[in-house]
Design a protein around this ligand. Structure first.
Ligand code: ATP
Ligand code: MG
Length: 176
């Protein structure tokens, strides 16, 4: 048997069901347990400070960046949303090129392509040119066809039930 070569996996967690971001964060814990270097970039920040941000910003071995802002969906803020998204994406491109990590999580990146803030082609080109051993996980609903085609691993979270539908609001420590 030959030596086992590290092959960087491009994984996409998409779909309407819960579990995309948390699955990616599980991979972060798994990689850290093996002493790997991890970077997380969150592109869309909601109103709440998340448990993962509070935990991982003080955790050795992982660089955790919240680079987006919550979409307000108000047109007067759209230019600002686009500017923030573009800057966040440029930052992610630098991280991909820098070759300092074993795992890079691009959380909620799909929305930037879905809402045409960044071209999907540009995203896929950068991911395609990543260092050969770098694993990249992209999360978010509405992953495009080309992204699904290029990815090595795609899991679609399917909503079967969600407590939100029974009127249960998002809870700290479970939903964020
Ligand atoms: P999680 O971060 O819990 O893994 P996710 O990344 O799959 O969820 P997103 O689409 O990023 O889900 O949604 C972010 C927020 O919306 C989270 O607070 C999550 O709990 C909640 N959420 C996820 N799926 C649903 C759903 N089907 N209905 C209502 N709320 C949802
Ligand atoms: Mg998510």
């Amino acid at each position: 048997m030959g030596a086992v070569m590290a092959v960087g996996i491009f994984a996409v967690f998409t779909g309407n069901g819960k579990g995309k971001t948390t699955a990616a964060l599980g991979h972060v814990a798994r990689a850290l347990g093996h002493g790997k270097k991890v970077c997380v970039i969150q592109f869309i920040k909601g109103g709440w400070q998340t448990g993962e941000e509070q935990f991982y910003t003080s955790c050795p071995g992982v660089d955790f960046h919240v680079r987006g802002r919550g979409f307000t969906w108000k047109s007067e803020d759209l230019d600002k949303d686009i500017e923030v998204a573009r800057k966040a994406w440029s930052f992610a491109q630098e991280i991909i090129k820098a070759n300092q990590y074993d795992l890079l999580v691009l959380d909620e990146l799909t929305y930037l392509a879905h809402y045409s803030m960044i071209s999907e082609e540009e995203i896929l080109r950068s991911i395609g040119e990543r260092p050969p051993s770098l694993h990249i996980i992209v999360t978010g609903r509405y992953a495009g066809e080309k992204m699904i085609e290029q990815a090595d691993l795609v899991t679609e979270m399917k909503e079967v039930k969600h407590p939100y539908k029974q009127g249960v609001k998002a809870q700290a420590g479970f939903d964020f």
